[in-house]
Ligand binder design. Structure first.
Ligand code: PLP
Length: 356
């Protein structure tokens, strides 16, 4: 039976990416060798790295004066690498969930962290609207899409200090104004590539402002100067990232993808609102994520949650159980998820509701 992959991460990849990876494992770029067996300094792989960087710059309209690098360590290492490179006296963070909280925890190792707002009072089911960022903060950090709670910032915030964003789970899903940011980072395993590679987009002029010595591997400048080849990069995930970027470009880029993503999310949120069995966990439609749609059983139907889970599984739905800190269900609608899968889930919710 056809499986519909709603996993939150690692998550669905374009079929194009999967097939191209298979080919490259058999014979990479006509070398007669597997991509897993070639030097990262071979001209064939250097071309992959260069093209991946060029695609990121083109698709996100990255202005001059910015660098794009690919690293290991996941978004979680960036929680520490950002302050290591940016934090001198004070930094401002907004707490919109578990990932934001983990970033804050690392930043506190470096000095005073001002938590400008938090949505913890309602289990992170909204994006705080009114907050002040101290003008003397070295930077302001936020999480654009809160993968676990299903909230998302729909536009780039305006702040007077350097802006840093964890975009792990919504990069390339919608247009962004890169010129507003000093650093954008994320793990690739949500919307770009298999696990193992992390992307970082850095405004070059934002670096060099801290006085501490920075270990070589944790210094952005090392990786910028060596074009992500200071040490061995995650070769296979970078190749896969390039293939996803090619696919995205062929689909019309982030604007076209954003349109489809809005359509996909609307289909599912509308059904959740309409269907008496379910309620969305994020009350304000403005704050609802296009990428991770969270919902629970409505008050009178709590006891049939497991039944719905089993029914959905039977219908080929994979990975829709909610994160343990929210419960219920979470359907992740990343770029690679076809609208047909959303329609199948909506159909499944309708059929199940007909029994009650
Ligand atoms: C998944 C995720 C992370 C963690 O990424 P790793 O690459 O596993 O470290 C961080 N932030 C957000 C928003 C995420 O969705």
């Amino acid at each position: 039976m056809k499986k519909h992959n709603f996993y939150a991460g690692p998550s669905i990849m374009p079929q194009y990416t999967n097939l191209q990876v298979i080919e490259a494992i058999k014979d990479f770029a006509g070398t007669g060798l597997s991509i897993m067996e070639v030097s990262h300094r071979s001209k064939e792989f250097v071309a992959v790295m260069d093209s991946a960087v060029a695609h990121v710059k083109e698709l996100l309209d990255v202005p001059a004066g910015y660098s794009v690098i690919f690293l290991g360590g996941g978004a979680s290492l960036q929680f520490a690498m950002v302050p290591m490179n940016m934090f001198e006296k004070k930094a401002a963070y907004i707490n919109t969930g578990e990932w934001a909280g983990k970033a804050i925890k690392e930043a506190r190792l470096f000095g005073e962290v001002v938590e400008v707002a938090s949505s913890k009072d309602h289990n992170f089911n909204y994006i705080p609207k009114n907050f002040d960022v101290p003008a003397d903060a070295d930077y302001f950090h936020f999480t654009t899409n809160n993968t676990i709670y299903g909230t998302e910032w729909k536009k780039d915030p305006d702040v007077s200090v350097p802006l840093v964003a964890d975009m792990s789970s919504d990069i390339f899903s919608r247009p962004i104004d890169v010129s507003k940011y000093s650093i954008i980072y994320g793990g690739a395993q949500k919307n770009l590539a298999p696990a193992g590679v992390t992307f970082v987009i850095i405004k070059d002029s934002a670096l060099g402002r801290v006085t501490r010595p920075i270990p070589t591997m944790l210094n952005y400048k090392t990786h910028i100067d060596k074009e992500s080849m200071f040490n061995t990069p995650p070769v296979l995930p970078v190749f896969a990232a390039l293939k996803t970027l090619e696919w995205l470009k062929q689909k019309g880029g982030v604007d076209a993808m954003h349109k489809i993503n809005m359509e996909k999310a609307a289909l599912l949120y509308d059904e959740i609102e309409r269907n008496k069995l379910f309620v969305p966990t994020v009350p304000d439609p403005e704050d609802r994520s296009l990428m991770n749609v969270c919902f629970v059983m409505s008050e009178n139907y709590k006891e049939i949650e497991k039944e719905f889970a089993a029914y959905a599984k039977l219908k080929g739905m994979v990975g829709i159980e909610g994160h343990r800190s929210v419960g219920g269900f979470r359907a992740s609608l990343y770029n690679a998820l076809p609208i047909e899968s959303v329609k199948a889930l909506v159909e499944c919710m309708k059929e199940f509701a007909n029994k009650y």
